[in-house]
Ligand binder design. Structure first.
Ligand SMILES: [Zn+2]
Length: 243
């Protein structure tokens, strides 16, 4: 990933593995199956990052993407305090235990239930922003990735999120995780407009899970922000805000 960042000519890259901190099912099951155990491996990874920093001119940030559920707030706070990452990204993937990216999960649910899931998602997102636990919040409107949940978000939900940002150090990202293949950018244009109206500032995130995605998505993001007249925050400003 660092070599890909070098090849893409970027100044800095953040390494932000997924992490669950929870003693509750189904998260304990999910982490067992997919192996998201950064809370147990971050020191080993940190050692690797420290060694790799000596070999590159790219600034490498030692970061985390933490799954956020209000029920795990105290555990997350304690872990982040102990681990001392350069920054923490918070994200909501699950509502009532269901991953909002899994379309099949919602195929047999009613329209009203799908609307309820989307509303719960945004309430959880506002809660995440209000905790002040995270420097960055990821992929703001994740349900847009999911055909059964797409297009259900309301202007009022967007405004609630925008108001939460006005009073928080947490900064949203413009996320290119589905941009170059499916044409989905988080946040959507309608959401982005409301956030910009509220004076919310952004960082950018490639959401790259493979080195081949780093350069391509970075180029996409550069063009995207330029076309919309957005001047992304310097990563150092995002980090300073948390001091
Ligand atoms: Zn995520």
């Amino acid at each position: 990933m660092i070599a890909a960042a070098e090849a893409a000519g970027v100044n800095a890259i953040g390494v932000a593995d997924h992490c669950y901190i929870s003693s509750r099912r189904p998260l304990t099951d999910a982490r067992a199956i997919v192996g998201m155990n950064l809370d147990r491996t971050y020191e080993r990874r940190r050692h690797a990052i420290e060694l790799l920093r000596e070999e590159t001119s790219v600034t490498v940030y030692d970061a985390v993407e933490m799954d956020y559920d209000p029920d795990d707030r105290a555990d997350i706070r304690a872990f982040l305090g102990t681990a001392g990452f350069d920054y923490a990204i918070g994200s909501v993937h699950r509502v009532d235990g269901a991953n909002v990216q899994l379309n099949a999960r919602f195929e047999d649910t009613s329209e009203a239930e799908r609307d309820r899931i989307v509303d719960r998602y945004f309430r959880q997102l506002v809660d995440l922003i209000e905790t002040e636990l995270f420097e960055i919040v990821a992929h703001l409107d994740l349900p847009e990735r999911t055909p059964t949940l797409r297009g259900r978000a309301t202007q009022e939900q967007y405004r609630r999120v925008a108001r939460a940002f006005e009073n928080s150090r947490t900064v949203p990202e413009i996320n290119a995780g589905r941009a170059t293949d499916e044409g989905i950018v988080h946040p959507s244009d309608a959401f982005l407009e409301i956030l910009l109206d509220h004076g919310v500032e952004f960082t950018t995130g490639s959401d790259a899970h493979d080195p081949s995605e780093v350069g391509e998505r970075n180029a996409f993001l550069e063009t995207f922000v330029e076309n919309r007249g957005i001047d992304p925050l310097d990563p150092r400003a995002v980090l300073r805000a948390s001091d």
